[in-house]
Design a protein around this ligand. Sequence first.
Ligand code: ASP
Length: 328
Amino acid sequence: MQKRRNFIGTSLSLLTAWILKPALGEAKPFVDVKIVDSPLVLSTWKFGLKANEEAWKTLADNGRSLDAVEQGVRLVEADPNERSVGYGGRPDRDGKVTLDACIMDENANIGSVAGLEHIMHAVSVARAVMEKTPHVMFVGDGALQFALEQGFKKQNLLTKESEKEWKEWLKTAQYKPVVNIENHDTIGMIALDAKGNLSGACTTSGMAFKMHGRVGDSPIIGAGLFVDNEVGAVTATGHGEEIIRVVGAHLVVELMRAGKKPSDACKQAVVQIKRKLELRNKNPRDVQIGFIAINKQGQYGAFALQQGFNFAVKSKTETRLVEANYLL
Ligand code: ASP
């Protein structure tokens, strides 16, 4: 009987995958896709592909989504070739690599660090804030002091390549982030585990050559990341100042709570950001924003302000990089 049930389950999954196949193969495929099988993991940008593989080790083993997202983004934090996250991240205008990260679980536990220097795995420090303190957010020197007390290793995060680029930048010293040129980019990851629980994490070195002390959306729960285990999980990337202005990730979760599908919810938040830019006489074409979202049913979606934002998906039935739909 058990075997027969497994067989029927597998056949249904294969059938559903077959039915979905044409939709998934289109050039602009992205509508909400119903995943029949959890687990599921989504990450921002191309580096999300390898981060998802890392997270999958935990998810495929019936592990907790919280562990999966932490392990997944740690991989990118440790990679010196990824120049917008963790070790090797581009510095601020004073040549300091300062990291922003946060994490949130299915029980609304949250932890966050901003402006953290000298510690590679900012996301794990954020998790320690969540699990080992009565607080939710540590910044700057206090965050570093806490990390050292927790046994994190102090190290130089500025690689030769990033230092060289910074010295080059100093010749003009103009802060003008270019859309879709990878001088920023956060790894944001959201996951639904086999038990149906949602978690998320994000980590970044922020906008390259930002003013020292600048904090983006990524460590701000509600802006760069938000999880409500009854509704869905959302993370953001792009110009953090604009995401904070509308409390982006929380906005998308609330739109899903009101009944919107993940991609429609992401789109509405992007529309709202564009409106706020116009209100302030800013050109939306100078800005990029991307949201990714999963709802409790395992549907996922994304939307960007401009062309060029992609995200990585992994489930039992698909492993791929998807070009998000966009507004402009
Ligand atoms: N959102 C990040 C920040 O503003 C950068 C990015 O994801 O592109 O710091």
